[in-house]
Design a protein around this ligand. Structure first.
Ligand code: XBP
Ligand code: MG
Length: 259
């Protein structure tokens, strides 16, 4: 394993509840009588990308709408308002990183293992979310940061992962992707990148066939995983455990077995 690639929403931080609130706040501001509740948003999350998600919903509720240009312009305007609400809500570290994320970033930086980000969210959202927990210079900790501006075609298309691979110059099979969703897993696998999944309330019922391992989170000393889940006596996934998973080993130290 020569590089670790992080998805953002749902993986680095549990952000989708805040995204949902921001969408609803934007709909209210433009006086649209749309409201995405948890159940509907869980289904809409099958569409990666906020603009694409709005378009999918709009075409469901108003199938007769045919003015594509007006629709695109209106969606862009709504999404800009949504992004303002989202960045206001996550600014200053309001949404913490998930267990193990800061610990793995520290460990990888100390070990000189290249890190990257592959997300479908916007640059503005990334800066607002990560500058709190990782500091204003957070980008310096990553060899590549690819987002909606790097790859307009969203997951499950592999485009954003291809953009990362091009920037870091590491073969796909030597990378490991950390994802939370089926779309993210499919994008990583389509790019030839092995993936470990950490689920959340929005994605835990999705299909993760092809993942090296599916975990509730990466664990931390303060929030250890049950050994039966992590497969490591330590109760959290460190670089050594991820390397063993990547190498097709059980994460138990030393024991080589197909998992
Ligand atoms: C998850 C997404 C994003 C967010 C909303 O991104 O699909 O669209 O739900 O953010 P990730 P935007 O690839 O990090 O899991 O409104 O900025 O798209
Ligand atoms: Mg995600």
């Amino acid at each position: 394993m020569q590089a670790l690639i992080f998805d953002v929403d749902g993986t680095m931080a549990d952000t989708e509840a805040v995204h949902r609130e921001a969408f609803n706040a934007a709909f209210a501001e433009v006086r649209l009588d749309w409201h995405w509740d948890e159940a509907l948003y869980t289904r809409l999350l099958n569409v990666a990308g906020g603009k694409e998600r709005i378009e999918r919903y709009w075409r469901c509720v108003e199938p007769e709408e045919t003015d594509g240009k007006r629709m695109k312009e209106t969606i862009a305007a709504i999404h800009a308002i949504k992004t303002r609400y989202y960045t206001e809500r996550v600014h200053g570290g309001a949404v913490a990183l998930r267990p193990g994320i800061a610990r793995l970033i520290d460990e990888a930086n100390a070990a000189g293992l290249p890190l990257a980000i592959a997300t479908t969210t916007t640059t503005a959202n990334l800066d607002a979310l990560l500058s709190g927990p990782l500091g204003a210079a957070w980008r310096k900790r990553f060899a590549a940061v690819c987002d909606a501006s790097s790859a307009p075609v969203k997951k499950p298309a592999p485009d954003v992962y291809y953009a990362v691979l091009q920037q870091i110059g590491v073969p796909a099979a030597e990378c490991l992707a950390l994802e939370d969703s089926e779309n993210g897993l499919r994008a990583a696998r389509a790019a030839g990148i092995p993936a470990v999944i950490t689920t959340n309330a929005y994605t835990e019922t999705q299909c993760f066939d092809g993942a090296l391992r599916v975990l509730p989170h990466l664990g931390d000393p303060r929030q250890p995983l049950p050994e039966s889940v992590a497969g490591t006596e330590r109760g959290w996934m460190d670089l050594a455990a991820l390397r063993r998973l990547h190498g097709g080993q059980s994460v138990h130290e030393g024991r080589k077995e197909n998992i």
